[in-house]
Design a binder for this molecule. Structure first.
Ligand code: G4P
Length: 529
C-alpha cells in the first residue's frame, strides 16, 4: 500500500461524554464490530470506576491497565481506526483536553434522558475552538428520555452546534421500535425485549411507501413520516464539507448497550470522518503527506513498576513515517534520539513496530526526556502549537515534609508536572510552590506517587485561589502594568514555562482587577494569540 493510501485509510478519533452517558459501552461495541475484542466487558473492566473519587489506590491500579486502553486500534472495512481513550472522570479533564489535540475527529455521546451535561459542554467547547469535526450519538434510546426534537434543540443551544440528523428514532423506551437511517435510507428494526441485539435492516428509500405501515404499524408510520418531514423542514441536509470544517454536526440515535444504531454510526463514520489532518506548528502548517516525519507528545504515562522508572510517551505522528532505530530530533532539547522499541497499539495489546504512519500513535519508552507538547522531527526546528493549560480548580501550597529528601521531592514534582498530572506555580514574592489541579483527587495521587515512586514526602497547605489567569500586558513597559505588578505582587506567580500568572482569590477581585487595569489582559487558558 502506498504512503498516500496508508494516510487516507486512517481515522484517529476520540469519544467524549459526561460520565455514564455510555462512552465505554460504545467504545466496546465499536471494538466488537472491528473484531478487536471477542466479548463485551473487556474494556469496561479497565475503566476508572465511579467509586474512584475516594479511592486513589484503585486509580493507581487502573492507571497501569489503562496504558493498554490509551489507544485502541482496529481495522474496519479496510480502514485503520485509532480510538484515543479520554478519561471520563472529571478530575482528569485536563488529560482529555490534551488528548483532543491529537484527534482528527470526535464522537460525542449524550444520554437521551439526561441531555447535555456539564462535562459535555466543556469538552465540546474545546472541540469547537479547534473546529474538530464532530458527530453526536444520542444513546440509551431503549429507555424513556427526552423528546428527540427537544434534544436536538438542546444540543444546538447548549453546545452551540449546528446539527443535521442522519438517523431518527422510531419510538422510544418501551415503544422503541427501531431507527430510520437517513444517511443510508433504510430502517433498522429492533427486537429488543430479550436484549439480544437482534436487528433487521430493511432498505426503504421512499418513506411514503405504504409497506411502512405493515412493518412498524400505522401509528408509528404516521409519526415517523411527520418527524422526517419536520427534520427536512428544520435542519439542513448533511453537507460533508461543512462537517469536515467543524461547522455542521451529524446526529445519530441508538443504544450502545443493545448494539443498536452502532453499526450505522460506524459505517457512516468511516465514510465521512477525516483522515489525518494538517497541523499548525509555530512555524508553518504541516501536511500529513509530507515525507519528513514529525509528531508531538500529547500524553505521558508513568510506569507502574517503581523499579523501572521509565515512562511511556505517546506521540501522534503528524507527517511522514516513524521508523524504528532512525534518529529523530527532539526539538526542545536539540538532541537526536533513536528508539529501538517503539510501541504501536492494536486492540488491547501493544507491540513493537518498525513503521508507523500519520494518524498513528506511537508509545516511546522515555527516561525523562519528554514533556507534554514536545516535538520530534527529522531535523526541522518545528514546534507544534496548541497543548494549552486551563486554569486549575484547586490550589494548595506544597511543602517538603522530609528535609532529607528534598532533591527527590523536587525531581518527583518536576516529573509529575511534565506528565501533566497537575500544574505548578511559583510565587514571585517568596518562591513558594503552589500545586493547581482540576480535581481534589490529584493531591492524593501526587502525595502517594511522590512517596512510592520517589521516596519523598510532601504536605499541603490551603491557598485560596479562585482562578489562575495567564497575564498578557499590552505594553510591559507602561505604568499601568508596573502598577498592576506592584499592587498585585502577592498574587503573581510563574507557571512552569515561566509565563506570568495572576492568582485571583475571588470572582470579585478578578473583575476589579480587569476593570482597574484594562490594558493587562487576563486569560483562562495558557495559549492565546
Ligand atoms: P461512560 O463510559 O460514559 O461513563 O458510561 P458507560 O459506558 O460505563 O455506561 C454507563 C452506564 O450506562 C452503564 O451501566 C451502562 O451499562 C449503561 N448504558 C450504556 N449504554 C446504554 C444503553 O444504550 N441503554 C441503557 N439502558 N444503558 C446503557 P451501569 O449500571 O453503570 O454499569 P454496568 O453495571 O452495566 O456495567
Amino acid at each position: 500500500m502506498s504512503f498516500q493510501q496508508e494516510i487516507l485509510r486512517r481515522r484517529t478519533f476520540g469519544i467524549i461524554s459526561h460520565p455514564d452517558a455510555g462512552k465505554t459501552t460504545l467504545t466496546e461495541k465499536l471494538l466488537l464490530f472491528g473484531g478487536a475484542i471477542q466479548e463485551a466487558g473487556a474494556v469496561k473492566n479497565n475503566k476508572i470506576k465511579k467509586s474512584a473519587t475516594s479511592d486513589f489506590m484503585e486509580i493507581e491500579r487502573q492507571r497501569g491497565i489503562s496504558v493498554a486502553t490509551s489507544v485502541l486500534a482496529f481495522l474496519y472495512k479496510d480502514k485503520k481506526i485509532n480510538i484515543l481513550d479520554t478519561p471520563g472522570h472529571k478530575d482528569f479533564a485536563e488529560d482529555t483536553f490534551r488528548t483532543l489535540t491529537a484527534v482528527d475527529s470526535v464522537i460525542v455521546v449524550i444520554d437521551v434522558a439526561k441531555g447535555v451535561e456539564e462535562q459535555t459542554e466543556k469538552l465540546v467547547e474545546v472541540c469547537r475552538m479547534r473546529n474538530i469535526p464532530l458527530i453526536v450519538f444520542i444513546n440509551k434510546l431503549d429507555r424513556e428520555g427526552k423528546d428527540a426534537f427537544d434534544l436536538l434543540d438542546e444540543v444546538e443551544q447548549k453546545l452551540g452546534l449546528s446539527v443535521s440528523p442522519l438517523s431518527f428514532p422510531i419510538g422510544m423506551g418501551y415503544d422503541f421500535k427501531g431507527i430510520y437511517n437517513i444517511y443510508e435510507k433504510n430502517i433498522n428494526l429492533f427486537s429488543g425485549d430479550n436484549k439480544k441485539n437482534i436487528e433487521e435492516t430493511i432498505a426503504f428509500d421512499n418513506i411514503d411507501n405504504p409497506d411502512l405501515e405493515d412493518i412498524i404499524g400505522t401509528q408509528a408510520a404516521e409519526e415517523l413520516r411527520d418527524n422526517l418531514e419536520l427534520v427536512n423542514g428544520v435542519y439542513p441536509p448533511f453537507d460533508k464539507d461543512a462537517y469536515l470544517k467543524g461547522m455542521q454536526h451529524p446526529v445519530f440515535f441508538g443504544s450502545a448497550l443493545n448494539n443498536f444504531g452502532v453499526r450505522e454510526l460506524l459505517d457512516c463514520f468511516v465514510d465521512i470522518a477525516p483522515s489525518p489532518r494538517a497541523k499548525m506548528s509555530e512555524q508553518r502548517l504541516v501536511k500529513a503527506d509530507e515525507e519528513q516525519m514529525s509528531g508531538f507528545v500529547f500524553k505521558i504515562h508513568a510506569n507502574m513498576d517503581p523499579k523501572h522508572r521509565d515512562r511511556l510517551a505517546f506521540i501522534k505522528i503528524v507527517s511522514g513515517t516513524f521508523e524504528r532505530n532512525k534518529p529523530y530530533l527532539h526539538v526542545r532539547q536539540n538532541k537526536k534520539l533513536k528508539f529501538s522499541s517503539p510501541n504501536a497499539f492494536f486492540a488491547e495489546k501493544k507491540e513493537i513496530v518498525d513503521i508507523s504512519y500519520p494518524g498513528d500513535i506511537v508509545g516511546l519508552h522515555d527516561t525523562g526526556h519528554f514533556k507534554i507538547g514536545d516535538t520530534l522531527t527529522e531535523g526541522e526546528h518545528l514546534q507544534y502549537k496548541g497543548i494549552p493549560s486551563f486554569s486549575p480548580e484547586h490550589f494548595r501550597y506544597i511543602n517538603n515534609a522530609d528535609p532529607m529528601k528534598s532533591k527527590q521531592l523536587y525531581k518527583g514534582i518536576d516529573q509529575l508536572m511534565d506528565e501533566g498530572v497537575a500544574q505548578l506555580f511559583t510565587l514571585e514574592m517568596n518562591g513558594r510552590k503552589i500545586v493547581g489541579t482540576v480535581g481534589a483527587l490529584q493531591f492524593e495521587v501526587i502525595q502517594y506517587r511522590l512517596e512510592h515512586e520517589y521516596g519523598a514526602k510532601c504536605s499541603y497547605e490551603n491557598f485560596p485561589v479562585f482562578k489562575a489567569c495567564w497575564v498578557a500586558a499590552e505594553d510591559p513597559k507602561n505604568d499601568e502594568f508596573k502598577e498592576f505588578q506592584r499592587v498585585k505582587q502577592k498574587f503573581l506567580a510563574k507557571d512552569k514555562r515561566g509565563q506570568l500568572v495572576f492568582l485571583a482569590d475571588s470572582q470579585f477581585s478578578l473583575q476589579m482587577t480587569q476593570s482597574k487595569y484594562p490594558s493587562v489582559k487576563l486569560h483562562f487558558v495558557s495559549e492565546f494569540d
